[in-house]
Design a protein. Structure first.
Length: 239
């Protein structure tokens, strides 16, 4: 049993000659919530895509003590790593239930049935709309479906890229409550967010990313009181 479920060491990502992520290191403990906050364009999504194996990177990414190296995306999913992308990437012409089933396509029928029961229990709105096409859902419901589909694969580490993006404040509150509750099931969370206030309220540890680099990190509660973080990300500089 390791003390970290994920360890990222000195990871860099290039787009051609442009270094979009530079020497990033971070750790996520079992059943912990870690957030990476930063402005748009800071490299947060690029970092997540590198961890997921969507983008090539240098450095080392270790999942539960095993270096992922050149492991394919689908094999990382089988190893317990799952990403909910910023754009959700749902199949709009398919029903809610069929989108969920796709998240567990490698599992047996019994595991799929159990997964559906758990997801519908966590997201009652999806149960009500299980026969609707995904394209007819509201923004909040689409985010719930994207999270539910990821949970169908039974991840040990769930990565969420901007889950609050474009959602109404009340829906954002619901989403973050659900994220916080997931730790009780033993799932670890890596949360990338521009909504720094909400992210710092539920996270254990936080990293601030600027221009592709980690500039500061520490317990989320401490960063929420940091003068620089307050002025840059919490909008409270005048106070």
């Amino acid at each position: 049993m390791t003390d970290t479920i994920l360890r990222v060491s000195d990871v860099s990502v290039f787009y051609g000659r442009v270094e979009a992520v530079r020497g990033v290191s971070l750790e996520i403990p079992p059943a912990g919530i870690v957030t990476v906050i930063g402005a748009n364009g800071a490299g947060k999504t690029t970092l997540m895509n590198a961890i997921m194996g969507v983008l090539p990177s240098t450095g080392d990414i270790v999942l539960e003590g095993r270096s992922l190296g050149t492991t394919l995306v689908e094999d990382r999913v089988c190893d317990g790593l799952c990403l909910v992308p910023e754009k959700r990437e749902l199949f709009s012409s398919m029903t809610v239930e069929d989108n969920l089933r796709l998240g567990a396509y490698r599992l047996g029928s019994s595991a799929i049935a159990d997964g559906l029961k758990e997801v519908f229990g966590r997201f009652p709105r999806l149960d009500e709309r299980r026969r609707q096409e995904a394209g007819t859902l509201s923004g909040g419901e689409r985010q719930m479906l994207a999270m539910g589909r990821a949970l169908m694969s039974r991840p040990r580490l769930l990565m969420l890229d901007e889950p609050s993006l474009g959602l109404a404040p009340l829906i954002v509150k619901d989403i973050f409550r659900i994220v916080s509750d997931l730790r009780k099931t033993g799932v670890s969370i890596l949360l990338v967010e521009q909504n720094a206030r909400a992210a710092l309220q539920i996270a254990d540890h936080a990293y601030v990313m600027e221009l592709g680099e980690i500039t500061i990190h520490g317990p989320a509660e401490e960063l929420a009181k940091d003068k620089g973080v307050i002025e840059s990300y919490l909008g409270l500089g005048r106070h």
